[in-house]
Ligand binder design. Structure first.
Ligand code: NI
Ligand code: MN
Length: 217
């Protein structure tokens, strides 16, 4: 599976299906692509209703016919715009096109519905995207239950965990590999990924990407 960081919290997973998570591209100074350049997608997953996560989700779904996965309130809005959506809530699992999406707890806020994290199972790999969240013991449960092969963890502080708490989160999640996200998009979420790497080097493989870079899982 090829994993590409689109900048901020935006991820593209290209395996047997093409999955986008939180594709915030328009207005994102760190974005590595544009919605115009995206021509193919099967599933778009949104962690919560904030502009830097909902981003260009609806535009991409409209253009590609991808199914939008999100919490109930986001799915209702998507369907009202004529999109195909799979509404769900924390605790739920929904499968479409051979891809399983589990919605899990995140400690944050949202303009509509609740914020969430997601665990995605595709091609035998389990991938956790924490969304925006503070450090919580629930991450221990997510780790025990899902045993992620790879996790995306926010480290930019202010709106989410910062480097020290994100390092503790990695310990809780017991993830094999981790890619830090949600940092250096704007000056107010600046963080040093190398410092994060130093703190968790003995716990997980840390993959530091630049926006547009890919990693093969
Ligand atoms: Ni947010
Ligand atoms: Mn955010």
């Amino acid at each position: 599976m090829e994993i590409t960081w689109l900048g901020h919290s935006g991820i593209k997973l290209q395996g047997s299906k093409i999955v986008y998570i939180d594709p915030f591209l328009t207005g994102n100074p760190a974005a590595s692509t544009t919605p115009e350049e995206i021509t193919e997608a099967d599933i778009v997953v949104v962690t919560h209703y904030h502009g830097d996560h909902l981003g260009d989700s609806f535009t991409i779904c409209k253009k590609t016919g991808a199914i939008l996965f999100g919490i109930h309130e986001i799915a209702v809005e998507a369907e009202a715009e004529g999109l195909t959506a799979e509404g769900m809530n924390i605790g739920g699992t929904v499968e479409a096109k051979g891809v399983k999406v589990h919605m899990v707890q995140a400690l944050h806020s949202a303009e509509k519905g609740n914020p969430a994290g997601v665990v995605i199972e595709m091609d035998g790999q389990t991938i956790y995207h924490a969304g925006d969240t503070g450090l919580t013991y629930d991450m221990k449960l997510i780790g025990e239950f899902f045993k992620p092969d790879l996790s995306f963890i926010p480290i930019g502080d202010r709106y989410t965990m910062g480097v020290p708490s994100a390092a503790r989160a990695v310990e809780f999640i017991q993830t094999k590999r981790v890619i830090p996200v949600h940092y250096n998009t704007f000056p107010i979420v600046s963080a040093d990924p190398e410092e994060f790497k130093r703190l968790v080097a003995d716990k997980a493989e840390v993959i530091i990407l630049n926006p547009g870079d890919s990693y093969t899982l």
